[in-house]
Design a protein around this ligand. Sequence first.
Ligand code: CO8
Length: 374
Amino acid sequence: MSSSVVISGSGLWKPDFSISNEELVVAYNAYATQFNQINKLAIEQQELSEKPLSSAEFIEKASGIKSRYVYVKDGILDIDRMRPMIPERAEDELSDQAEMAIHAAKDALKAANKTADDIDAVIVACAYTQRSYPALAIEVQGALGIKGFAFDMLVACSAATFALHRAYEMIAAGTAKAVLVINPELTTPQVNFCDRDSHFIFGDVATAMVVESAQTAKSEHVFEILSTKAVTEYSNNIRSNFSYVSRANDVDPFGEDKLFHQVGRKVFKEVCPMAVEHISEHLARHQLGSENVSRWWLHQANINMNTLISRKLLGRQPDLQEAPIVLDTFANTASAGSIIAFYLNHKDLQSGDIGLLCSFGAGYSIGSLVLKKR
Ligand code: CO8
């Protein structure tokens, strides 16, 4: 396999709307108070649990999140609704996620100095796709006028890195000449805004990257992919049971278990050591130690997780330039987090500098790429 496969451009699109912790907590607490009043008797008789109140200070301290971008704000803060109000689009209109994807894709194409004619494969990789078929990637391919082939793939938090791995392999194998990897993370429809433990975690965003051969790359900031590494280990600690089978199961297709839920503490405890081991092994493959890495573009799920992982790897507290955090304004954007960190923090690196891009989360799944600035 040739090693001269590069990332030649990245793109980001963020929605026009955002919600601060304070706004979110005011709405949740009003909802919880109303719920507790309406269900007072059932709560007293222990048929229902009282809804505990949330706090903006807890959220920032426990997660590092201050606000999140949302595709549609209407409905999320309405205590009689508690979910975004996204009008259904007709079959001949561009779908929501395709629209998000196209914004990010155009930004990445521009950064890579490419047009649609230069691309011959499109991967849409994210935590959820809004329908099963036709693939969103094929819709995006059609809308951008790209020839070749396209497909969707779902790997929760690691969808973006795992898709970059596939793009790397396609270029190295010669089955594509330039791949557009896009991550339209529309998470808010799957968030349980009535659940105190998880109502604050996620935001919406779209990211994209162009992967091609070094020989065809003609952009200002080119990063060679030195290698990729992936691992998965089955865990039920982060789960969504949302399913096309619910109709046949005769269950509520929108029940609580059909939305994102997790055992956050366990995830924290189990994923951090996995990520440290994974990254150390990946760097060792290149006879590199943590001291050789100029930039850490880590998954963005929780600031305390990132701090712990970075400290274990570096033996000291990293500064924000070395291991950038985007959680404060973006929150957890599923697989897009490490790509946003890259997008906002790569132009200052010098030729020869090494960077490590890594996702970790649901599955469990961990995906990393060792990158070298050309
Ligand atoms: N306000 C006030 N108090 C709260 C709140 C709140 N909102 N939430 C919890 N508390 C309370 C708890 O009830 C608990 O009280 P007590 O001690 O009395 O029991 C106390 O605060 C401490 O609670 P926790 O132990 O749960 O708090 P933590 O410090 O562990 O923080 C976190 C909770 C932030 C959830 C933390 O555990 C965490 O981030 N863990 C890692 C989670 C993670 O990485 N998850 C992966 C996410 S999945 C992903 O990245 C992609 C999935 C696919 C996309 C899905 C899109 C929808």
